[in-house]
Design a protein around this ligand. Structure first.
Ligand code: HEC
Ligand code: HEC
Length: 241
C-alpha cells in the first residue's frame, strides 16, 4: 500500500518538524483573531504538514484520504478522537500521533468540520474531460476524492473500524453487485444509513453511512454504482450469482 512507505521517513523527522511548528503555531495563535478558529485550524493544518499526506480541494497529496468532504462524512466527536490518537481507533494506521495540545486539536476539528466540498470550487476532479465517457473510472475518482475510501478502504475492501456494529467493522463493498440492483444501490448511497447497534444498550456507532444525495448529483451516484459493480471479483467456476 502506498501509505506504508511513508511511515519509515515520517516518524523521526516528524518529531522535529512538530516541535518547531508547535512554536510557530503558538505565535500564530496569539496573533490570530480569537473567534476565527476555522482560519486558525487551517493555518495549523498547513503548518503541521498534513498536506504531505492529505489533500483539500486541488491542493495536497493523496497518500491518505482526500479531506475535501471530511466535514460532511465524519462528525466532530469522531474527528476529536482521531486527532487525539489515530492508533487508538485504527491500530495499524500510518497517520502519526501529533500529540496536539487541546486548543490546537480543537481548532483543527473546527477547520476539518467546515470542509464540505466547497474547496473543489464547482469543478471536482471527476468532472475532467478524460472521465466523461468512462463512468467506471469516473466513479473510482469520486470514490476516492469524495472520501468513500476513508471508511470503506481502497477499492472498497473494508476493514475500517466502527464501534458496536457487526464485527466492529464498516462493511466491505466488493460484493454489492450480488445484493443490489443499480437503482437500489443508488438509493442506498443517496440515503445513507445509521448502522444498527449490536448491543442495544451500548453507545451509538460513531461512524454512519452519510446521505450522499445531499452533496452528490444523480449522475455522480450512478457512476459510483457502476464502479462498485465493477469491484465484484470474477466468479469461480460453478459459483451461483
Ligand atoms: C504520514 C501520512 C499522514 C499524515 C502526515 C497525516 N495523515 Fe491523516 N491520515 C493518514 C492516513 C493513511 C489516513 C487513513 C487511515 C488509514 O488508512 O489508516 C488518515 C486519516 C485522516 C483522517 C480521517 C479521514 C477520513 O476519510 O475520514 C483525518 C481527519 C486526518 N487524517 C487528518 C489529518 C490531519 C489534520 C493531519 C495533520 C495534523 C494529518 N491527518 C496528517 C495519513 C496521514
Ligand atoms: C463516514 C463513513 C462512511 C463513508 C465516508 C461512506 N460510507 Fe458507505 N457505509 C458506511 C457504514 C457505517 C455503512 C453500514 C451501514 C449499515 O449498517 O447499514 C455503509 C454502507 C454502505 C453500503 C451498503 C453496503 C452493504 O453491504 O449493504 C454502500 C453501498 C455504501 N456504504 C457505499 C458508499 C459510497 C459509494 C460512499 C462514498 C460516496 C460511502 N459509502 C461512503 C460508512 C461510510
Amino acid at each position: 500500500m502506498k501509505f506504508l512507505k511513508l511511515v519509515k521517513w515520517n516518524i523521526p523527522p516528524m518529531k522535529i518538524i512538530q516541535s518547531t511548528l508547535i512554536m510557530a503555531c503558538f505565535t500564530l495563535a496569539a496573533c490570530a483573531q480569537k473567534h476565527d478558529t476555522v482560519a486558525l485550524g487551517k493555518a495549523y493544518f498547513n503548518g503541521f504538514g498534513c498536506k504531505q499526506c492529505h489533500s483539500v480541494g486541488h491542493d495536497g497529496k493523496l497518500y491518505g484520504p482526500d479531506l475535501t468532504y471530511v466535514g460532511f462524512r465524519k462528525n466532530r466527536q469522531w474527528l476529536e478522537l482521531w486527532l487525539k490518537n489515530p492508533h487508538s481507533w485504527k491500530n495499524n494506521t500510518p497517520m502519526p500521533n501529533f500529540h496536539f495540545p487541546d486548543e490546537v486539536r480543537s481548532a483543527l476539528v473546527d477547520y476539518l468540520s467546515s470542509l464540505k466540498g466547497q474547496d473543489f470550487k464547482g469543478s471536482p476532479p471527476w468532472n475532467e474531460a478524460a472521465f466523461s465517457q468512462e463512468p467506471i473510472k469516473r466513479g473510482e475518482v469520486i470514490f476516492s476524492r469524495a472520501g468513500c475510501v476513508g471508511c470503506h478502504g481502497i477499492k472498497g475492501v473494508g476493514g475500517y473500524p466502527n464501534n458496536n456494529v457487526v464485527a466492529n467493522k464498516i462493511p466491505s463493498l466488493t460484493l454489492v453487485a450480488d445484493g443490489y440492483s443499480k437503482e437500489e444501490l443508488m438509493e442506498r448511497i443517496a440515503k445513507g444509513k445509521r448502522p444498527d447497534k449490536t448491543d442495544p444498550s451500548g453507545p451509538a456507532p460513531m461512524i454512519e453511512m452519510p446521505a450522499w444525495g445531499a452533496v452528490l448529483k444523480t449522475d455522480e451516484i450512478e457512476a459510483l454504482a457502476e464502479y462498485l459493480f465493477s469491484l465484484r471479483p470474477p466468479k469461480a467456476a460453478g459459483e451461483e450469482w
